[in-house]
Design a binder for this molecule. Structure first.
Ligand code: T46
Length: 148
């Protein structure tokens, strides 16, 4: 069987999209459901959340070989900078009904966390350190020869 193509050679920040999640509106508050179904761009197997981020601290600083992720600011706000090795884009997440889909092969950093913010992450893979590229120099090498 042929080796799978490394997504770093094809990843584009344009493929990272904002997904509008449905809201069940009620006068006593809103409710949003995240469920594996056609509404979602990927099936997920893991959920984690990032919270108590000190003022001025950054998170992320890596890319993945296989893992897709959906990020939601379920409280407060933060910025996500996406980098495909050639272009960058920064997206502000500040709505609990908006999810950012990050595809594999994209370097991401998160910064400007507001006080009390919580970043919910849905991941398509179980945790596996070998799925991470954590050195930016390695990422630049992997993305240097982008396929058209
Ligand atoms: C990502 C961004 C958005 C685990 O043991 N299991 C897990 O499922 C995760 C996510 C992390 N860890 C351990 C690994 C590290 O010792 O928790 C520690 C902190 O992880 P990391 O420094 O990777 O955290 P972030 O916030 O920089 O990145 C995380 C995810 O790791 C990453 O996939 O894209 O959130």
């Amino acid at each position: 069987m042929a080796d799978p193509i490394d997504p770093h050679t094809t990843s584009r920040i344009a493929d990272c999209t904002l997904v509008k999640l449905a809201r069940h509106h009620h006068e006593n508050g809103n409710l949003t459901v995240l469920e594996n179904c056609t509404q979602m761009p990927v099936e997920f197997v893991r959920v984690f959340y990032i919270y108590d981020v000190p003022a001025g601290a950054d998170r992320g600083g890596h890319s993945h070989y296989r893992c897709h992720q959906l990020l939601v600011a379920i409280s407060g706000s933060f910025d996500v900078t996406l980098d495909d090795g050639h272009q960058t884009r920064t997206v502000t997440l500040n709505r609990p009904f908006q999810a950012l889909h990050i595809t594999p092969g994209i370097w991401r950093t998160m910064q400007n966390f507001s006080s009390g913010s919580v970043c919910l992450v849905l991941a398509s893979e179980h945790f596996d350190e070998s799925d991470y590229v954590r050195q930016y120099e390695d990422f630049l090498q992997l993305t240097a020869n982008k396929r058209p």
